[in-house]
Ligand binder design. Structure first.
Ligand code: HEC
Length: 257
């Protein structure tokens, strides 16, 4: 590079016309190509990508998938559904060719081909033209992909009344229980009852909540020994004093409600 007197400049006088590194070549040398891949073209691509990403994030915020109630393993009629933006993948798995023995096809191969084909995009239609009609293969693949995503999502969502499902199965806010773990009855409860009625009396899969029992201490003591309904008898086998403390503990928690 020449310095001093013989130095030449481009329009911006801080950049020497003789500077070679980092300055894109003059694209008149490449007919049909108009700009540098790095950084010009990538920057544009990145901008378009961000617009889509932000738009998509806004859509997920505008149409959130609400919480529902606790999962109930005994309710075989309940059909769990993924969030709406995964419904197309979910629908794919309902077709015979992508489920059962072919489930790997539906889970890995088909989505893999669809997304893997994106890698091929630069090698398809690699003529100089940029307008969609000049890139028929890439454009057709893109449209096919979009159409399948929209169609599968529609097929999956149209027959389902999401609002009704959510209304039938509302979330249960966790009970705010303050346990008096110094209570004499607490260790008895932990040992004999917590396995079914939950660590905080909130209930669980095998026993109901004991937070709002309608029984007095004697009745609770009786249930602890003799069982009730689906609760088997003989669960408690300690002393009478412990039994009294246990009933007292359960009442002390439910009375705080
Ligand atoms: C094997 C699981 C299991 C264990 C352990 C268990 N329970 Fe239960 N309990 C149940 C089930 C199931 C019910 C519901 C019975 C029904 O209504 O059919 C129940 C109901 C109750 C009820 C009546 C609740 C209501 O509102 O109707 C009380 C009180 C109770 N249990 C107390 C206890 C106590 C005290 C202990 C510890 C000594 C205990 N349970 C241990 C399963 C259990």
């Amino acid at each position: 590079m020449k310095r001093g007197k013989g130095m030449r400049f481009v329009g911006d006088s801080r950049i020497s016309a003789d500077k070679t590194s980092g300055v894109p070549k003059d694209y008149s040398e490449y007919p049909g190509r108009t700009e540098a891949f790095w950084p010009n073209f990538l920057l544009k691509e990145w901008l378009v990508g961000s617009v889509f990403l932000i738009g998509f994030l806004c859509a997920t915020i505008a149409a959130p998938t609400g919480l529902q109630g606790l999962a109930d393993p005994t309710d075989a009629a309940y059909i769990p559904l993924p969030d709406w933006y995964f419904l197309f993948l979910y629908e794919l798995l309902k077709y015979d060719f992508a489920s059962g023995p072919y489930v790997l096809l539906g889970m890995l191969v088909l989505p893999g081909i669809a997304f893997g084909a994106l890698l091929l995009a630069p090698f398809l239609d690699n003529g100089p033209g940029r307008r969609p009609p000049k890139r028929p293969i890439a454009v057709a693949m893109m449209l096919l992909g979009l159409a399948s995503v929209f169609w599968l999502t529609y097929e999956s969502a149209a027959p389902v009344d999401f609002k009704q499902i959510a209304a039938d199965n509302p979330p249960v806010p966790p009970a705010e229980v303050e346990l008096d773990i110094d209570h004499e009855g607490y260790p008895v409860y932990e040992n004999s009852c917590a396995g079914c009625h939950g660590d905080t009396l909130e209930g669980g899969a095998s026993g109901p909540s004991l937070l709002e029992v309608d029984y007095d201490a004697d009745a609770i003591a009786e249930i602890a020994v003799e069982g009730i309904g689906d609760m088997p008898p003989g669960i408690f086998d300690g002393s009478d004093e412990e039994l009294e403390q246990l009933a007292d503990f359960i009442l002390s928690v439910s009375e705080e409600e």
